[in-house]
Design a protein around this ligand. Sequence first.
Ligand SMILES: C[S@@+](CC[C@H](N)C(=O)[O-])C[C@H]1O[C@@H](n2cnc3c(N)ncnc32)[C@H](O)[C@@H]1O
Length: 261
Amino acid sequence: MPGGPNPKPKRAPYRHTKPRLRVETSTLWEYPSQHYVSEKTGKAMQGDKGYVGATPSWVIWQLLQRYTRPNDLVVDPMVGSGTTLDVARDLDRRGIGYDLNPQRDDIFRADARELPLETGVADFAFIDPPYSTHVDYSDDPRCIGKLDSGGADHGAAYYEAMTRVIGELHRVLKNRRYMGLYVSDSWRKRRGKVGGGGGEFMPIGFELFSIMRERFEPVDIICVVRNNRKLGEGNRHKVAKEQNFFMRGFNYLFIMKKVDR
Ligand SMILES: C[S@@+](CC[C@H](N)C(=O)[O-])C[C@H]1O[C@@H](n2cnc3c(N)ncnc32)[C@H](O)[C@@H]1O
């Protein structure tokens, strides 16, 4: 046996691990990351984490686990960076995605108010629409993100556009199938006003829920905790107290079912 000190034990290479996804069983959902690690491919990202306004992929994973089966057709009419398509592929579902501003070759350019898809063919639909005018998604004048959910018309044009989108989702879905809509309310400071009461609250979640209620049966309402960097910044909490408003801490996830008799 050769002498000398024992060689240092080799360290396993550092790997950033995320908790394994488990199907949620309550109406309060939380996960410490935007994305999950696929058990099938080992991929640690779905969609594009650089796309402003991208949906947390694990939320879509939860929905597809519960409301779809392998080979089902999953439709997203505002698919953005393609998150829904990647999750669908990961779970062996067929995904079809549309957007006014396609980010990749497997996304079709279309207005969500007029989907080039036959009636009654989709097994599930997911949508994460613009929440008023927070993000400039594209120069396309048809972008619903250019419509204010408050302001002078009190959101009339925004809600009219979203009524048409929800109507399209109802049309393309098969009867007795489900959809999920992920959205947040909004608050903004009124220009020129300081101090308490100087803001405008836009209850987008409840407004869109009541539009969906006209056509769909409600299945459940999930509260998804926002894993937002801004919520970790002390200065923002100070401003929220001083100006008497609340930062958005959660998104709604409305789960609806098409039940046509
Ligand atoms: C919140 S983002 C969706 C994010 C997406 N789920 C993802 O994970 O990347 C909203 C998307 O709606 C699209 N959009 C806005 N108005 C649209 C319309 N009339 N028809 C189709 N897409 C539209 C925007 O281009 C944007 O990509």
